[in-house]
Write a protein that binds this ligand. Structure first.
Ligand SMILES: NC(=O)c1ccc[n+]([C@@H]2O[C@H](COP(=O)([O-])OP(=O)(O)OC[C@H]3O[C@@H](n4cnc5c(N)ncnc54)[C@H](OP(=O)(O)O)[C@@H]3O)[C@@H](O)[C@H]2O)c1
Length: 310
């Protein structure tokens, strides 16, 4: 079994070393959310949340996105420190794509993970235009080269393609998997209808995940894709879990989120991320180029939202 997460003691120690004060047991979400791990004290945070893929790989339920990183949003060294901080705090699932900044995000990640490739669960994506143009192999090799690695933990089809291309893409993914160049493959932005179509093509049921936008600001997939994935025993990945670069400020400035968060001694971002992960079958991949924000986000790994009637 691949392990890309820290145990309880390691997580606590890393947080302390990075100057992050963890929520205490009494600070866990209550009311709409209530503390689940009532026995845990400040020195003993609960074990970080994990999610299991169909192939048995266990990963932290919280990773890091990179759509806008390595592209001048923040000073480069600051962004690199932010992602390294996240990795050190157990946010080891790293999501990117060839088209994020036309490869600049992948190059950025390649620099950050140099020397610590084995610590991260690395995801990249291929686009529809590359598949239609017959550039699958070239696109994959380009991603590997920019990332400075010889394998991906997960390779995703970024958006739905017509069925004829879907069949070919699944076959190409399976070939890479058989060759050991990817550990698993999945899709992104697939509705339930598209997931049904995927599962109807040869080997389509080997899909490991569906990555879709999901946050307190955008709940469109909550009552369709999420239960479908759970029923088919595949995790859902939550893209833009803080509402996206345009809406994160609105979500994190929301009065109710702020009240719930401050009542329990956590940041609004940590509360919002814990909410996204609450089902136990969702991996959230917030993006931040700010080390202090990353520390806040990492705290979500040890927060439990529990329904009021639990
Ligand atoms: N498959 C797809 O089609 C798809 C679509 C969208 C996104 N994604 C993936 O999902 C990742 C995340 O999505 P996203 O970048 O759209 O949006 P997001 O993670 O929901 O929000 C990012 C924004 O939140 C801010 N932020 C992060 N942590 C914060 C904190 N603790 N306090 C205050 N602000 C905070 C960031 O600013 P700072 O940098 O200043 O912290 C940034 O402006 C992407 O990077 C990408 O990997 C995939």
């Amino acid at each position: 079994m691949n392990q890309h997460f820290l145990n309880r003691r390691q997580f606590g120690a890393r947080c302390a070393a990075l100057g992050l004060s963890l929520p205490t047991a009494s600070a866990f979400m209550a009311g709409q959310a209530s503390a689940q791990d009532a026995g845990a004290g400040a020195e003993s945070p609960p074990a970080p949340r994990t999610v299991t893929f169909p192939n048995g790989t266990v990963v932290p339920a919280l990773g890091q996105g990179s759509w806008h990183l390595g592209q001048g949003g923040h000073p480069l060294p600051v962004e690199e420190e932010a992602m390294r901080t996240g990795i050190a705090l157990g946010m080891t699932v790293i999501d990117t794509s060839r088209n994020y900044g036309e490869g600049r995000s992948e190059k950025f990640i390649g620099r950050v993970i140099a020397g610590q490739r084995d610590k991260v669960f690395l995801i990249s994506k291929i686009q529809e235009d590359e598949i239609v143009a017959g550039n699958f192999t070239r696109a994959f090799q380009g991603s590997l080269s920019r990332l400075g690695t010889d394998y991906l933990d997960l390779y995703l089809l970024h958006s739905p393609v017509p069925k004829v291309y879907l069949t070919r893409t699944v076959a190409a993914f399976e070939k890479l998997r058989a060759e050991g160049k990817i550990r698993a493959w999945g899709v992104s932005n697939f509705t339930v209808d598209k997931m049904e179509e995927l599962f109807s093509v040869p080997d389509g049921h080997r899909c490991a995940t569906n990555q879709v936008r999901y946050s307190l600001r955008y709940r469109y997939f909550e009552n369709n894709v999420l239960p479908w994935c759970t029923q088919h025993k595949i995790p859902m990945m939550a893209a833009s879990p803080l509402g996206g670069i345009e809406d994160a400020r609105v979500l994190l400035g929301d009065r109710t989120i702020g009240q719930i968060a401050s009542a329990h001694g956590v940041s609004p971002a940590a509360a919002a991320l814990a909410w996204v992960m609450r089902s136990g079958n969702v991996i959230a991949i917030p993006e931040s180029g700010n080390p202090e924000h990353v520390k806040e986000n990492a705290a979500a790994l040890s927060i439990r939202w529990v329904p009021p009637d639990a």
